[in-house]
Design a protein. Structure first.
Length: 389
């Protein structure tokens, strides 16, 4: 039987068959949350450079969700609501304790957030109930660092540490990892990293979240979709892959030859390149600076040094520039964050952007349902099983 190609019926664009692979350059929706213009990233119109220097993560959460910077009372209100909700239901702790010891933390986060939804007091609210969604958003944002650090501790045979009410999200993250009162510099570094990762226009995980709520499904389902999407090594998972590469190289003097060989073997270099930024990711320079400073401060400079050598070589030889994941790897490593928790840290920040996009989608919803150009066989027929080869 001949196998022919057929055009998708009914829609002129699908029939035309012009496909932008990976939806590159396709403008799928309108958004007023963050913008990428050239190499400039803004949240609600404020440049990321300014926010990285001046804002706290809690301020950025408010900015993304409500469209403006909070005044003192508004910030205090959000802050206290986050702290009041920084408790996990006991069954979620029990679930985390029941996970296999070799669980991938992003898988654990995905499952724990899904189960958290069952215990949310607003679980029965209508999916697009904006007041209930704000309460759910606060609960999820407060819960993420508790879940991530609990998974990490349980994997290592330790009891989870409950958050302290006097610490910020960044402070509690560091505290809950090892139970030691975090120093100011470590808190500031994590806080700035959270600010830098909070939102990024229509990246893959945000698109997943928006696609989910566009069916009028609930916000927990959207966040679970987004976690699964962030996990991949072409997206948030790249920061872990970068650190594994640095550990493999191990020695500053070997970095240049190692990267030269990797390029010669046409390997993909994790932490480089970007779908949108072709002239550099504006977040990378902040992470580079922090990685260098923290490395010096902690007396562990080799990871930054190796990274800088790789950066120079890949930029000059391939014209590829580091993205947000490249220097966050060496930064998190010197801060003592376990490698497998790097992508979960990203999720603890990006939850704020995912939620802002869910709110925006619910507020002016239309089902997201693109077309595919069919390029399979036509005029096929059912063949009885005994006649099939
Ligand atoms: N190492 C080596 N070559 C690369 C890299 C890289 N990191 N990135 C792109 N290229 C090359 C590709 O091989 C391709 O070359 P070719 O045209 O000769 O085949 C060309 O540059 C275009 O690359 P694509 O993969 O088609 O670009 P795309 O826009 O689809 O992908 C992506 C962007 C996924 C980020 C890519 O650059 C990549 O895989 N980088 C490594 C993974 C990574 O760091 N991901 C994190 C991105 S930031 C984030 O999501 C938070």
């Amino acid at each position: 039987m001949s196998v022919e190609k057929v055009e998708a019926a009914g829609d002129p664009k699908a029939e035309e068959g012009k496909v932008e692979k990976g939806l590159e350059g396709v403008v799928a929706l309108e958004s007023s949350i963050s913008s990428i213009i050239g190499s400039t990233l803004t949240y609600r119109g404020i440049e990321i450079d300014e926010l990285a220097e001046k804002a706290t993560f809690e301020e950025v959460v408010y900015l993304l969700w409500f469209g403006k910077l909070p005044n003192r009372a508004e910030l205090a209100d959000l802050d206290s609501r986050l702290r009041e909700n920084s408790e996990l239901p006991e069954p979620v702790y029990q679930l985390i304790k029941s996970f296999p010891k070799d669980i991938i933390p992003m898988d654990g986060l995905r499952s724990a957030v899904s189960v958290l939804g069952h215990y949310d007091p607003d679980t029965a609210a209508k999916p697009d109930d904006s007041e209930a969604n704000l309460r759910k958003a606060i609960r999820m944002t407060a819960a993420f660092p508790i879940i991530v650090t609990a998974i990490e501790r349980v994997k290592n045979g330790l009891e989870p540490i409950k958050p302290r009410k006097d610490l910020s999200i960044a402070g509690n993250f560091v505290y809950m990892l090892d139970g030691v009162a975090p120093d100011r510099i470590a808190i500031r570094a994590i806080d700035t990293a959270l600010v830098l990762h909070a939102d990024h226009e229509l990246n893959a995980s945000t698109f997943s979240a928006r696609g989910t709520v566009s069916t009028l499904s609930d916000i927990y389902s959207a966040i679970v979709s987004a976690i699964g999407t962030l996990k991949g090594p072409l997206h948030g998972g790249a920061n872990e892959a970068v650190m594994k590469m640095l550990l493999k190289i191990d020695d500053v003097s070997k970095a240049q030859q190692w990267i030269k060989d990797a390029i010669a073997h046409k390997e993909k270099i994790m932490g480089f390149g970007h779908r949108v930024y072709k002239n550099g990711d504006p977040r990378a320079k902040h992470l580079r600076k922090m990685s260098e400073e923290l490395g010096k401060l902690k007396g562990e400079t080799r990871w930054f040094e190796m990274s800088a050598i790789i950066d120079d070589y890949v930029s000059n030889e391939k014209g590829l520039l580091p993205n947000v994941d490249f220097y966050s790897a060496s930064l998190y490593y010197v801060l003592g964050i376990p490698i497998e928790a790097f992508t979960p840290v990203f999720a603890c920040s990006r939850i704020s952007g995912w939620i802002a996009h869910c709110f925006e989608q619910y507020a002016d919803n239309r089902l997201i349902r693109p077309r595919a150009h069919y390029n399979g066989p036509i005029n096929q027929h059912y063949i009885p099983i005994e006649e099939r080869v």
